[in-house]
Design a protein around this ligand. Structure first.
Ligand code: ADP
Length: 525
């Protein structure tokens, strides 16, 4: 799966930015509401600690698993480091809870005073370091080796580090920094941990803010901001008193926001699957349609080319007969040869039309800007529109994501649709207008609409207009819409026509726009 399919890797939408900002504002509000009660002790709440630690473990392990899955797809070292950061923090929550004074008395792990604080310090300081590493590293750095092996290796290393650290912390209490004076109150030395954590969160927020490439970056900023609020509550506003109202509130807000972030990540992962399933279905449908269209096309081509050939033979025989007479009828013969030329041109037009469809390089796909393409086509038919007294207008969405497609074919599609619109307005009452719009559509697609005030589709069979050689024009070929539809479907999109009100027709097509497709280096004109 290309990374472009992942909404997590795509730039954040305005809605997501607003959601992240609202969540951050809510956290500040929660902090202000809690601050006056922060130092009040919440006695005998040790019993809640295992449940809290279990929730942290689940949320952080799930987030790590999701990020590992992203690493599996994208192979970016930055993503791997972030996943490892989450994994380490989640697994470390286990010894943190096990060594917490008064929680798991029976295990005899909590006899020592400094263990829990040391583990908390490791968790606090290591996580932002991983986030900073993620923000600083480029997405394009790929570790060598197979992804499953790297993932398994990382998990094993994290588990080994946590086991070793826990063993050391539990058995060497004297060697640990003296963070606690008793089971509930921190010493002066502890001050350095939250201060360092605040500094690291700040650096992380700046690094992510500068990077701000993807939606994931924005949500990581929310995570760091939450951790900042959490540490302000836990270490400063509550005076560092364990199990106080502020201490619990900080943890509760942190957990709620971490769960929300996880929810967002999960919902985005579901979107990826939905999009994938849709594109597989669309591809299958397109293949089927192409096959059916091919059969119809071959039959029609045979018919279309046979007709002028038969007429050419008849006219050639007639011409010869006019010439073979005792007194050759030159004018009649000339007229017959003239008809041969016309029919010859007609047959050649059929062949040219087919060649455009299968032109060399039809499979070549590049990222391209549809707005540029539309502008280029409209500039090209400017003269024709002016002659037809047609007012041409556009409403092209700025920042339209690029689509991956064949520039020649897609340009031909837009040209055909615009030409048809101009044709449809020939001889109709003024005012005549042609309006082309482009916009983002659902499921990360781009929607283009070409509307005209022409004769409309009321008089024609809407199902038949896409069939090969269906035409209502005296000099029409009836190949244009068939080509447009098969091209758009081969690109994973859809083309359809509707009546416009009060008159005219609108031809609309969609094309998938992988969100992180690189922009074309030069606009396609
Ligand atoms: P051609 O342009 O050679 O006729 P097409 O496949 O492009 O072939 O179009 C098929 C038919 O669809 C046209 O002959 C016309 O009847 C109808 N049609 C296409 N575009 C329009 C339009 N914008 N308004 C009204 N009818 C249209």
């Amino acid at each position: 799966m290309p990374s472009g399919l992942s909404p997590l890797a795509s730039p954040p939408t305005r809605y997501q930015l607003r959601l992240a900002a609202s969540l951050s504002a809510l956290l500040v509000l929660a902090l202000l509401v809690t601050a006056p009660y922060a130092r009040q002790p919440a006695a005998s709440t040790e019993a809640l600690l295992p449940a809290y630690a279990a929730a942290v473990l689940v949320v952080e392990l799930l987030t790590a698993a999701l990020l590992m899955a992203l690493f599996y797809v994208q192979r970016s070292r930055a993503m791997l480091l972030l996943a490892v950061g989450y994994l380490l923090s989640g697994v470390m929550a286990v010894p943190w809870a096990l060594t917490f004074p008064g929680v798991f008395d029976a295990l005899m792990l909590d006899g020592a005073l400094q263990g829990t604080a040391s583990i908390a310090a490791i968790r606090r300081l290591s996580f932002p370091l991983f986030v900073i590493a993620y923000a600083v590293l480029s997405d394009r750095e790929f570790p060598s080796g197979s992804a499953p092996r790297i993932i398994l290796g990382s998990i094993a290393s994290v588990l080994a580090v946590v086991a070793l650290a826990t063993w050391f912390i539990v058995s060497h209490d004297d060697a640990l920094p003296q963070f606690m004076v008793d089971a509930h109150n921190v010493s002066g030395l502890w001050r350095f941990v939250p201060a360092a954590a605040v500094a690291l969160y700040g650096v992380g927020l700046i690094a992510l803010g500068l990077r701000r490439r993807s939606m994931l970056d924005i949500w990581l900023m929310v995570v760091l901001f939450t951790l900042l609020i959490e540490i302000l509550l836990i270490s400063y506003i509550s005076g560092g008193i364990r199990l106080s109202v502020g201490w619990w509130a900080g943890r509760f807000y942190g957990l709620t926001s971490a769960s929300l972030v996880l929810l967002v990540l999960l919902s985005e992962a579901t979107t990826v699957h939905a999009r994938l399933a849709r594109s597989v279905l669309a591809e299958r449908r397109a293949r089927q349609n192409r096959l059916t269209a091919m059969e119809a096309l071959s039959a029609s081509i045979a018919h279309e080319v046979n007709q002028p050939l038969a007429s050419m033979v008849t006219n050639a025989s007639a011409g010869l007969r006019w010439l073979e007479r005792d007194q050759p009828h030159i004018d009649e013969a000339k007229a017959a040869f003239g008809r041969i030329v016309t029919e010859g041109h007609h047959a050649s037009k059929v062949v040219t039309g087919i060649r455009t469809m299968f032109l060399k390089g039809a499979q070549e796909r590049v990222p391209l800007d549809l707005n540029h393409l539309i502008d280029a086509v409209l500039t090209q038919c400017n003269d024709e529109a002016r002659l037809g007294r047609i007012s041409v207008s556009t409403a092209l969405e700025a920042d339209l994501p690029p689509v991956i497609g064949n520039p020649v074919q897609l340009r031909q599609v837009v040209t055909n649709l615009v030409d048809n619109a101009v044709d449809a307005m020939r001889g109709t009452a003024e005012p005549r207008f042609l309006r082309v719009t482009s916009q983002r559509h659902e499921f990360g697609e781009v929607l283009v609409a070409i509307a005209d005030s022409g004769a409309g589709l009321a008089g024609v069979d809407k199902d038949r207009i896409f069939e090969p050689f269906f035409t209502t024009k005296p000099d029409g070929m009836g190949m244009g819409l068939m080509f447009c539809q098969s091209t758009i479907e081969a690109h994973g999109g859809r083309l359809w026509a509707v009546d416009d009100v009060p008159r005219g027709a609108i031809f609309r097509f969609t094309l998938p726009a992988p969100a992180t497709a690189p922009r074309s280096s030069e606009p396609i004109r």
